[in-house]
Write a protein of this length. Sequence first.
Length: 120
Amino acid sequence: MAFRIIVRDKDESVRWYTELLGFEIKEQWGPAFAILSKGNDELWVSGPQTSAAKPMPDGRQPEPGGWNRLVVQVDDLDSTIESLKEHGATFRNEPISGPGGRQVLVDDPSGNPVEVFESR
């Protein structure tokens, strides 16, 4: 499965996802686009110069943010949160627990929400 996110700065976002959440760079095309991978999943990182960021026919402009989110599974939520905090990450909430595990929402450098999830 692939998931595309619109970002303000491709290089900053690639660093954030690789250094803090364990993604690997699969491909990079110029200064505006990269494909990252984690397991069998791909994250397509699209900067403002990519076709994905062009205005829609009705004038709406694709931009970072919103509430749809990428879910990144981790083995240790608490240590991941500490690492993210050390790098100045902005959290939308405190960790919460549910029937499947624990999660927290953190904004990537462009303001896209990422759910960091630890299963039971």
